[in-house]
Design a binder for this molecule. Structure first.
Ligand code: AMP
Ligand code: MG
Length: 326
């Protein structure tokens, strides 16, 4: 069977088409990049409405299929920005009605995990999911993905992107900050905030921004990354030790960071665990991950009637039953 997935939780409008055997036939995306500052939800949602039809058409062309060959529509209903989610949901509902095919609700965070499992072939890893909007350490246990640590305030990607913008760097901030950090020499102490199994990045960000101008930018970039990644590595390591999982999967937009990959790989080596990372083209938000997770849910009869397919902007991943994993 063929599933078409729609992603629109934040900056990216994506359309992915996958088969029930896990083959990705198409994965087309259009990313909204604000002219300045952060993402304004209404402006991003306008971008999504403008780009939806061309993105979906391009995906169908790439997949070399007609719209009527699609067997079900998967939609990322949350978590995310309300106006962006509503735009994607409206389009997905319209497609499901038009084709008279089932609509499948997908949690965006779970999709980041499932695409990582598909692409690496790793069955049961501890997951470190890091993106512009989320920072979560999670593992499957007893029917659900449980959270073994998360950010108490802003996400890792958001923290680094905002700091990068203060240095005048263009989006995406993380790779540019990493290039700066390569030239850093002196470590500048910054607040390292781990509370139990959770991390907090907002105080770290504020302090780092205040130090711009007082310290060398390369040193500051290096120190910020060192502290931010170090905090995450600490909670990931403890989660690995406690859950006794034999592997770790890094997923989400920031998973493309070679520096973060290096650190987590070292953590894995200490615990004789295998290290896996999602492929770069599937790391950031995309429709293929929604389509694939939609398929996993659909084969367990998870669908949603159009009239109750509300968006859930604060939908936590540990609220979702995972019947496709035993
Ligand atoms: P997502 O929300 O999952 O699409 O991820 C967006 C985040 O990924 C932003 O914080 C970006 O700065 C970050 N990002 C984008 N490209 C890269 C890259 N090549 N390496 C590391 N992080 C990246
Ligand atoms: Mg994401």
């Amino acid at each position: 069977m063929i599933i078409l997935g729609i992603e629109s939780t934040a900056h990216t409008f994506g359309c992915g088409i996958v088969t029930s055997s896990g083959k990705i036939l198409a994965n087309v995306k259009s990313e909204y990049v604000p002219p300045s500052g952060g993402i304004h939800p209404r402006e991003a949602s306008q971008h999504h409405s403008l780009k939806a039809s061309s993105t979906i058409k391009k995906a169908l062309e790439e997949a070399k299929i007609n719209l009527n060959e699609v067997d079900a529509i998967a939609i990322s209903l949350g978590p995310g920005l309300g106006p962006c989610l509503r735009t994607g949901a409206t389009i997905a509902r319209a497609l499901a009605l038009l084709l008279d095919k089932p609509l499948i609700p997908v949690n965006h965070c779970i999709a980041h995990i499932e695409i990582g499992r598909l692409i690496t072939g790793e069955e049961d890893p501890l997951v470190v999911y890091v993106s512009g909007g989320n920072t979560i350490v999670s593992a499957f246990s007893d029917g659900r993905y449980r959270i073994f640590g998360e950010t108490l305030d802003i996400a890792l990607g958001n923290c680094l992107d905002v700091f990068a913008r203060h240095l005048g760097l263009q989006h995406p901030g993380v790779p540019k900050l990493e290039a700066m950090a390569e030239k850093g020499r002196n470590f500048i102490p910054l607040p390292y905030i781990v509370k139990g199994q959770d991390v907090s990045y907002s105080g770290l960000l504020t302090t780092a921004i205040r130090k711009i101008g007082q310290f060398d930018q390369f040193d500051l970039s290096m120190s910020l990354l060192e502290v931010a990644y170090g905090m995450l590595a600490e909670v990931a390591e403890r989660a690995l030790a406690h859950t006794e999982k034999s592997s770790l999967l890094l997923t989400g937009g920031v998973a493309r960071s070679p520096r973060l990959q290096r650190i987590l790989k070292l953590v894995c080596e200490e615990h004789s665990a295998k290290f896996y990372v999602v492929s770069p083209e599937l790391a950031g938000d995309n429709g293929a991950m929604i389509a694939w997770t939609g398929y996993l849910a659909f084969k367990e009869n998870v669908t949603i009637p159009i009239e109750s397919s509300y968006i859930k902007s604060k939908w936590r991943l540990d609220e979702v039953e995972i019947p496709w994993r035993k």
